[in-house]
Design a protein around this ligand. Structure first.
Ligand SMILES: [Zn+2]
Length: 66
């Protein structure tokens, strides 16, 4: 009788913090969603900015807003 204590299959939910920065138009591991574009049809699009660009433009991630 083998116990399955496999925790390696857990990937967690650390998907945020990696993606594309729309401000300097490049990949960034610090990119966060800072703006949501509402669209009349279909799902809304999001704009992502990396840490340096957020600091430079004074952008606040959507998730950090009250
Ligand atoms: Zn950037």
């Amino acid at each position: 009788m083998a116990e399955t204590t496999d925790t390696s299959t857990r990937t967690g939910d650390g998907r945020q913090g990696y993606g594309w920065c729309h401000w300097h138009r490049g990949h960034s591991q610090t990119a966060r969603l800072v703006q949501i574009i509402e669209q009349s049809s279909g799902p809304g699009a999001g704009l992502y900015a990396c840490a340096p660009c957020r600091e430079q433009r004074g952008l606040t991630p959507v998730a950090d807003r009250p």
